[in-house]
Design a protein around this ligand. Structure first.
Ligand code: UD1
Ligand code: CA
Length: 463
């Protein structure tokens, strides 16, 4: 069931304190943009629709937010947060009996658990406006909540505050719930006569109070949640909090993470019960890891799907690949995208696979490159085997059928096929297909010259 409110996310500002070529709200934390995190949080509250105010780099912002449940409003010049809301005036006019949740887009730590009671309070108190506040240790940069006694008076922005007002530790979080009718009446009264010369949305609070409208606030119990990200250091601090949250939620679901301070697990990553993650592992993107896996130190996983009881040994880097149940990978293994390792296979030291399906219970233990290759079950790939898959113009495929044995130091010049249960002698350069069950050896025959060294010595002495 949908609640009776709309949401408006303010994301038109550049975020100059980031000193970046990219708009602030598209910077990412643990694999997700600031904007996406805010939108995901609001989605959980089930508004009727979310509008995003865009301006600076609007094409990129719209691309990131794109969804049928999201509408866009363009603010051509960024003249302040009240001005940003005014950009949505025409839409809001048609919905004047509803409520509007306004959220600054630089609040990636916001949680539904905080916003839900905030929405409930607004309804319960029948407020014209309810806003979110928090008591913080360092209020620098925030708007402060001014009160006389218990009564809220107004919000004063940092730049316009006196020295004594700056000591106030209760800050405005940048999250508001308005009765749209009242908001629309108050907005045109906002002026830009302040230190920044901007139209402040926060001025609406005093305007509504002067009109005897009911203004309430909800104080967030966890102040870290409402920290607006204005620069890259604040971003790093927010990442720390998100990382902690992710690891805590994994732990609650039965995942062991030995060293949270060195482990990085992106927010979208899913990990099953009884899986253990050792220190300094990095797991990124939309990776999914099954139950009872062991992920050893310095493993880097990007967008991989990993089954149950898989072991990934130290210093392995795998991307866009799939590893099925009970396989073992590493140490020092590299999978480039589109690699599939079937059940129970072993891929070991200094082996690189690319766009390769590696069969059930097959083994490639040492120093091997397989590219554009299909390997059947129970194949043994000897140390130093290399597919020569690129002829300088095109990539070609190699097929190694079930049960084949590839001796060490073999070069497989693609396109080529090694048949079922065939045997390739060590050191061969295979450029023609090998039929099933046969032996192929292509190295030159060994030549031996008895006593050659002794004769050589005699020649030396003669000279
Ligand atoms: C704002 C609040 C401040 C509060 C703080 C919380 C105002 C005037 N001040 O300050 O009281 O403590 O957030 O983090 O609102 N934006 C637009 N168009 C504009 C200007 C801004 O869309 O013309 C967007 C920005 O992209 C940003 C959000 O509004 O996502 C807030 O703007 P920002 O400049 O970060 O406001 P603060 O100075 O942090
Ligand atoms: Ca801000």
């Amino acid at each position: 069931m949908k609640e009776n409110f709309l949401a408006l996310v303010l994301a038109a500002g550049e975020g100059t304190r980031f000193k970046s070529d990219r708009i602030k709200v598209l910077h990412t934390l643990m694999g997700k943009s600031m904007l996406r995190l805010v939108l995901d949080c609001i989605f959980k509250l089930r508004p009727e629709k979310i509008y995003v105010v865009v301006g600076y780099q609007k094409e990129a912002v719209m691309k990131e937010a794109q969804s049928e449940k999201i509408g866009f409003v363009i603010q051509r010049r960024q003249l302040g947060t009240a001005h940003a809301v005014l950009a949505a005036k025409e839409i809001l006019k048609k919905e004047s009996n509803k409520n509007l949740l306004i959220v600054n887009a630089d609040l990636p730590l916001l949680r539904k658990e905080t916003l839900k009671p905030f929405l409930d309070l607004h309804k319960k108190e029948g407020n014209s406006l309810t806003f979110l506040s928090a008591d913080v240790n360092n209020p620098t940069g925030f708007g402060r909540v001014l009160r006389s006694g218990d009564k809220i008076e107004k919000i004063i922005e940092e730049k316009d505050a006196s020295a004594s007002q700056r000591k106030i530790k209760e800050i405005n979080a940048g999250v508001y719930l308005f009765r749209i009718k009242d908001l629309l009446k108050a907005l045109p009264k906002v002026s830009n006569q302040n230190k920044k010369g901007e139209y402040y949305l926060t001025d609406v609070i005093e305007i509504l109070i002067n009109q005897d409208k009911k203004v309430g606030l909800y104080k967030a119990s966890r102040p870290e949640e409402v920290i607006g990200i204005n620069d890259r250091y604040e971003l790093a601090k927010a990442v720390e909090i998100l990382r902690e949250r992710k690891i805590k939620s994994l732990a609650e679901d039965g995942v062991t993470v030995y060293d949270p301070s060195t482990t990085w697990i992106d927010l979208d990553v899913k990990i099953g019960r009884d899986t253990t993650i050792y220190s300094s592992a990095i797991i990124e993107g939309k990776s999914v890891i099954g139950n009872q896996c062991q992920i050893y130190p310095f493993v880097h996983i990007i967008d991989c799907k990993i089954g149950d009881r898989v072991k990934i040994l130290s210093s392995t880097m795998i991307e866009g690949s799939r590893i099925k149940d009970e396989a073992q990978v590493g140490p020092f293994t590299h999978f480039r995208p589109k690699t599939v390792v079937q059940e129970g296979a072993k891929v070991g030291n200094f082996v690189e696979l690319k766009n390769t399906v590696f069969g059930k219970k097959s083994k490639a233990g040492h120093l091997t490159y397989l590219g554009d290759c299909k390997v059947g079950g129970k194949v043994n790939i000897g140390a130093g085997t290399i597919t020569c898959n690129y002829d300088g113009f095109k990539k070609h495929r190699t097929l190694i059928e079930e049960g084949a044995f590839i001796g060490s130091g073999t070069e497989l010049v693609a396109p080529v096929r090694v048949g079922k249960n065939a045997y390739v002698g060590a050191g061969s350069t295979i450029s023609k297909n090998v039929s099933s069950e046969s032996l192929a050896v292509s190295r030159s025959r060994q030549v031996e010259k008895p006593g050659w060294m002794r004769k050589k010595d005699k020649r030396k002495k003669k000279r």
